[in-house]
Design a protein around this ligand. Structure first.
Ligand code: IMP
Ligand code: MG
Length: 184
């Protein structure tokens, strides 16, 4: 889909925020940075399902190193009457992470609770190092202190879709990032 198609997308509860070329250029840069920083480290890319899938697939092809991939899923839910959401963690866990250089790969970091929960669990596994990679960061929404080593783009408080990111499970297949303008 080229830029003209992006403008003509039929159902349009969103507007274009980041086009395909901009995204792929940035992912290539992140891949080069990670390639430089992880020489001889055989990193494990730990993708956070499901939002990571498109980003991870592109990013891993720009990392010119031996690497492995693994996935975790994290779901947030409200616990009792507490206003704060809790985050649960689940891993397919085939690759032991002890003494490994782990890159947690996220589609979007919003409050930061999901990625913090993942860091907490992975840290218990005693990795050699752990860093966060996210395609989209919403720094103004963080509710926890985070050090994001690699980020594609920082955006404001808008809700974004496409490139793996969903709105009620839809739109993950859009090849660009849109900003929701009608959330019905
Ligand atoms: P957290 O607040 O950083 O823990 O993010 C929780 C989850 O909310 C993310 O993993 C996404 O699934 C979802 N999320 C937050 N902001 C957006 C967005 O703008 N678009 C799509 N999903 C989002
Ligand atoms: Mg979601």
């Amino acid at each position: 889909m080229d830029t003209a198609d992006e403008k003509n997308f039929e159902l349009k509860p969103f507007e274009l925020l980041l086009d395909q070329k901009t995204i792929s250029r940035r992912i290539a840069e992140l891949g080069r940075e990670i390639t430089g920083a992880y020489q001889n480290k055989n990193p494990v890319l730990l993708g956070v399902l499901k939002g990571c899938v498109v980003f991870l697939a592109d990013l891993m092809r720009h990392i010119k190193l031996p690497l492995e991939i693994e996935f975790v899923s994290a779901a947030s839910y409200r616990k009792g009457i507490k206003p704060e959401e809790e985050v649960s963690f689940e891993s397919s866990g085939h690759i032991p992470l002890k003494d490994r250089h782990v890159l947690v790969v996220e589609g979007v970091v919003d409050s930061g609770r999901t990625v913090s929960t993942i860091l907490k669990h992975v840290n218990k596994m005693e990795p050699a190092s752990i860093e966060i990679v996210t395609l989209i960061d919403k720094p103004a929404s963080h509710r926890t202190k985070l050090n994001i080593a690699y980020k594609g783009f920082a955006v404001g408080n808008e809700f974004v879709i496409g490139f793996g990111l969903d709105n009620t499970q839809k739109y993950r297949n859009l090849p660009f990032i849109g900003k929701v303008i009608d959330n019905d």
